[in-house]
Every structure is written in structure tokens, then in C-alpha cells.
Design a protein around this ligand. Structure first.
Ligand SMILES: [Zn+2]
Ligand SMILES: [Zn+2]
Length: 298
């Protein structure tokens, strides 16, 4: 008992010596200024009132529009008609609480609930890409990966892959992941070999060729995924090859399959501007110092 108590005391002493290890003050984190963000179009619209400081500290995109001379900064109002309000809800939960219960899924869900959940994860991932929040993108991709392997209803089928391409941009890791899954299916199908030609293999091949005809990006990425040689350094299996965080010995998301999982302990993996350390535009930030292009500590 005494050992535990003394280690507790030591922790307390240590945190008194090092004030930087204390969480930032509530008032400093949130500030007093709020901004209004309207998301969605006339069909389905939602307005969020958000603390400006907090929002800006998580994404350089928002800091750029609200700490500027743009109309959005002057009026403290922004509108994103193309964004999905329910995905934005997940983004807000992550910004305020650091959790993602909004994209959680009951283990006894229906088929349609499972598919709806996947669409929500993908849409949230799309927002993380759009607003340059690498940590959120990594987490969403991890959840997507595990979900698609855990539940039949969450399978990454061709419709889901097409949806990933709808919601993300050309350099998205979600696209890279989707293309690699598709490549695995193509390789397994191997229609050219008559001996293993089966009805389902032919149907899969036809559908893949159909989807590639409709979406040229999918065809290009599929070709790249099939012809790619494993790249070093960095792991070539599991979710980590699709993560944006700097390549470290142990992936902070390893074994993480829950939407409520805690964030990586290594704060230094992500920069204060929202980017992964290795992807920040600032050279100093890439080597572990705070991003001078963006003064707020994480
Ligand atoms: Zn990783
Ligand atoms: Zn940065």
C-alpha cells in the first residue's frame, strides 16, 4: 500500500516541479470568443457554436479562416454547405472531448446500421483530411480498418470504396487503404487463370472493372497498389502503413479498435498546427519543436 501511496506522492511532486505537464487552464484553452459554423445544405443543416481558440488550436485551417481578415473572421460566421452535419458532429466531439463516441457502433446492430456507421466514419475521415487534422484522420482510419474486419455489415465492399473516393481527395490515406483492399481482392480473384475461375470471381472482376470505368482515380490507384513494391522504412502490414503520424517503433494505435480509445501518449507525434510532425510545413516543427508557424502548444 505504502509503495503505491509514495509513488502517487512522487508523481504529484514531479508534476509540481514540471508545470508544463499540467493540463492547460480551462479558460485559456477555450477562451471566451465563440464562432458559429453552419454545416449542410437546405436538406439537412445544423449550426454549431464553437470556442474559437479551441477550434484554432486543433486545426490550422480554422485558425486561418477565423484569425484573418476573411469575412468569416469579421463576422465570426462560417458556412460549409458541402459538409455532412453528422460527420461534423463527430469532428466537434473529437475537438472538445478527444473521443469519438459519435461514430461508435453497438455490437448487435442491424445490417443497415452497420453500413450507416461506416459511411459516417468515412465522412468524418473526409473532414479530417479537408481540415488538415492528421490525428483525427489516423484515428478514423484505425476504426474503419478494425470495423471492416470485425463485422460483416461493415465490410469494405465496392460501394464503400466508391464512397471513400467521394469523400476524400487524391492524396488521402483512406484512398490508399481502399485501393490496397481492392488490389487484394483482384489478386485473389485472378480471372485470367481458368482453373480457378469461379462464378463469384467473375462477378467480382466485372464489378471491379465497372467501378474503375466510372471512376478513373480508383483505376489509377488500383494499378499503383498492384504494382507497388513494399516501401521501407516503416511497417508494410496492418493499419500503420496508412497512418500519417511519423514512423515510430510502436504504432500508438496498435491494438486500438475502440472509438473511445485514448489518444497516443506521445504528444510530439502531431504538431500544433494539426499536421503530423513529419508532414508539417515547418522544418523546426518536423524535428520535434513546436510549430513556429503556429504558436499554440498542444
Ligand atoms: Zn500507426
Ligand atoms: Zn506544424
Amino acid at each position: 500500500m505504502s509503495q503505491k501511496a509514495s509513488s502517487k506522492r512522487n508523481n504529484k511532486q514531479a508534476s509540481q516541479v514540471k508545470p508544463s505537464s499540467l493540463p492547460p487552464l480551462f479558460s485559456e484553452t477555450f477562451g471566451t470568443e465563440t464562432v458559429q459554423i453552419t454545416v449542410g445544405d437546405d436538406g439537412f443543416k445544423r449550426t454549431f457554436t464553437v470556442h474559437k481558440n479551441l477550434l484554432a488550436s486543433k486545426s490550422r485551417f480554422f485558425s486561418a479562416i477565423f484569425d484573418s481578415n476573411f469575412l468569416e473572421a469579421v463576422t465570426s460566421n462560417a458556412s460549409f454547405p458541402d459538409d455532412d452535419p453528422s460527420a461534423f458532429e463527430a469532428l466537434m466531439e473529437w475537438i472538445y472531448y478527444d473521443s469519438l463516441k459519435t461514430i461508435g457502433l453497438n455490437s448487435n446492430h442491424t445490417q443497415e446500421e452497420g453500413r450507416e456507421n461506416m459511411r459516417k466514419i468515412i465522412a468524418t475521415l473526409g473532414l479530417a483530411d479537408k481540415y488538415c487534422i492528421d490525428e483525427l484522420a489516423d484515428r478514423c482510419l484505425t476504426i474503419l480498418y478494425h470495423r471492416s474486419r470485425e463485422y460483416v455489415s461493415c465490410k469494405l465492399d465496392l460501394d464503400m470504396i466508391a464512397f471513400i473516393y467521394e469523400e476524400t481527395g487524391p492524396i488521402s490515406m483512406a484512398r490508399k487503404y481502399a485501393a490496397s483492399e481492392l488490389a487484394a481482392a483482384v489478386t485473389a480473384t485472378s480471372v485470367l487463370d481458368l482453373r480457378v475461375r469461379s462464378k463469384s470471381a467473375i462477378i467480382t472482376a466485372l464489378r471491379i472493372s465497372e467501378i474503375c470505368k466510372q471512376n478513373r482515380d480508383i483505376l489509377d490507384d488500383l494499378f499503383k497498389a498492384i504494382t507497388a513494391r513494399p516501401q521501407s522504412p516503416g511497417p508494410t502490414t496492418g493499419t500503420c502503413q496508412f497512418h500519417l503520424h511519423p514512423k515510430v517503433a510502436v504504432c500508438p494505435y496498435r491494438g486500438m479498435d475502440e472509438e473511445v480509445a485514448v489518444r497516443p501518449k506521445e504528444d510530439s507525434l502531431y504538431c500544433g498546427c494539426g499536421r503530423s510532425r513529419s508532414r508539417c510545413n515547418d522544418r523546426q516543427a518536423r524535428t520535434g519543436k513546436r510549430c513556429p508557424a503556429f504558436g499554440r502548444p498542444r
